[in-house]
Every structure is written in structure tokens, then in C-alpha cells.
Design a binder for this molecule. Sequence first.
Ligand SMILES: [Zn+2]
Ligand SMILES: [Zn+2]
Length: 408
Amino acid sequence: MLSPRRFFVVDDDRFTLKLITLFLQESGHEVDSARSGTEALERIVDFRPDCLLTDIMMPNMDGLELCRQVKAQPELKDLKIIVVTGKNYDFDRRAAKAAGAVGYITKPLQKDAFIASLRKILEDKVVLDYWGVRGTLPVPGPRSLRYGGNTPCVSLSFANDQLFIFDAGTGIKELSRSLLQKGGRISAKLFISHPHWDHINALPFFVPLYIQGNEFEIMGAQHGDLGMKELISAQMEGVFFPITVREFGASIQYRDLHEEKFEIDGIQVETMLLSHPGNCLGYRITYKDRSVCYITDNEIYPPTVPEYNEFYIKGLADFVRETDILIIDTSYTDEAYKSKIGWGHSCVSMVCDLARRAKVKNLHIMHHEPDESDDDIAHKWELCKKALADLGSETNCIAPAEGERYEI
Ligand SMILES: [Zn+2]
Ligand SMILES: [Zn+2]
């Protein structure tokens, strides 16, 4: 729920104005409105709104000019402006941002989605959705009803409309459905940890890739001569799949990543090579004062084995230090790990030790081993909580289930 606010709405279309007013009033907000920019400028100061919603295409003064004039007034310069328009071009989105708008919502409007969009923009939350939390193999059936049976796919969405997707395991199919249901043009950055099957094999079923007008950038680490483009194409070539990447209708860029730092629209991305066969990247995403780390697949060797690497553990702890949410491969209990040493995945005690060292705020365990049932995962979660308590750590631990959402 969006806490009650005062909205001033500007739209030249009488019906739209009525509809937006109704949606807002029904949700407990106070509303005043005007049918032109000039009228809005005359009355807006007296109403003292928390937020101005404006259309773009209006006679005389368009919505972007209204944004500029509002921002030029000292008593209104901090007023949050959201553009509500039928125009769905990148050019207009950029122009609205340049004119001072903090958000952009496209018509047609549906009440629940509209209020949810307003909330996302005004509260400026980072929204984390889980679409698949199982490792190695999808495991449908009665043993995986609680946590879900899909392989890794996690998304982060931001108030500025950026959508980051991590991995394209079978969970991405449900994300695909959810995005199509919302409608409109889809644009996203897709970060692949590594090209093992459980992290890429549902990419060909991500329908938005086939739709003209959508835009994606697919990023991940190179493997020898094979860049991201070749790695994605290879699983869709010849006898392995009947459709090739040439059938993708969306505009798609591929980007090979190393250990590096870069920024996308005010969101910082950092990468780190993980302990796993081949090149596997972990990601740290920072937005304003918040951060989320996505670390899978990854083996933190315990001190009892010769491969133990304190230098690597310290580096990883620095990488995830004090993050709000650490999403991490916790495939095994310590007991199960004994027969899986060198498989590239971590156990409870080492993950909890990392969380303690790095003073992680919330630990989210995932990439569960395919033989584990829901009850086994719940048991592993209890073991994590106990391990953290024994270490004197204040880290909160969660075993997220497919379909769950967290806000940061
Ligand atoms: Zn995996
Ligand atoms: Zn792997």
C-alpha cells in the first residue's frame, strides 16, 4: 500500500482525468486536477501536492514544458513529477527525465498496476523477485511445491524502469509470462553467471526476445574464444533446438564481461570471478544506499581440505561486504558436502562464515541440490540460522521460494 499522499493531476482528456482521480481517491489519496498546464500552474502552489502527475501531449503547454516551469519555481523545485502518457518511446522517456520527471507511466491504465507503479516510483524501492531457486536441474513434483522446482532466475527492478535479470534457468519462463501480461515494450539487462545448462537453458523460451521493439543486453563472462553471443547461439544451433538466435525479433546486444565496474542509468554493477569450473561471475548491484549481491555458482572450500583458499574468501567477503541482500549458492548441508567436494558448490557452514565475516544484512540461500525436498531445504535453512547464531552473527537468513518478492 502507498501511504496517503496529495496528488495534482493534469490531463487534457476529461475521461483520463476522471479515471486517474478515481483510482487515486479509491486508494485513499487526496486529488486536485487541471485540464491544462496553464491552469495547473495557477493552482498547484495552493494545493501543495506531494506529487504531480502530468500527460505529455496537451494543447498550448505540453507536459514536459509544465515539468520545466514547475521545476523553475523555488517553492516547487522538490515536487516529484511523474509523466503519465500514451507515448512509449525511449526518446520521450529521456526527455521527461531531462525535464525533471522522476517517473514515467504508460497508458492504458489499470488500477492495481497504476498504484503499484506509483508506489515503486515514489518509494524508490528496489524490487527483488525470485523465479527459480533450484540448482542443476528443474525438479517439478510434490517434493518441490513450497520452494518451487525451477532453476535459477532472479530479477531486480528499479523505479527508473531498469530491469536486471540474473540467469536464464527455467524460472525465466514465468518471468516471461509476467512481463507479457503487463504489456508494453520490454527492455532489460540480462546478466548470466555462467553458461552451465541450469543457468541458460530456458533463454530460448523467454518470449520477449522474439518481439520486435523490445531491447535486451545479454552479459556474462567469455570462455576462451567463445563470447556471450557464441555461448547463447551454441545452445540454439543445429540439432539442439529448432529455433536459432536469428529468429530473435528484439534488438539484442551482447557484452563480454571481465572483473570490472560499470554503471547503468545510475545503478553500479561490479563483477567478480567465482570459484566454479569455467568462468563464472558474481555480481554486486548498488543503487543509491542499497546493494544486492548475486553469487552463484560458487564453492567456498572449508579449512579441512587442501583447496582451502583464505585469500579468495577474503576477496569474496570484501566483494559482498555489508550488502543488504546476499543471494548465494548454498547447495548442501555440511554433511552432504562431504561427498561433493570439488563439484563447485558451497555448504552451510562456509556460506554462514562468509556472511558473518562480511557483516551481510540478509542472507538468501539458493541453488538447492536437486535431490533435496522442500523439507530438506527447510532443514538446511534451520541449520543456517543455527550456524549464524553460533557464530554470533547478526545476519538474518532466509530461504526464498519461487514467486516471492522482497523490497529493499
Ligand atoms: Zn548451477
Ligand atoms: Zn555451474
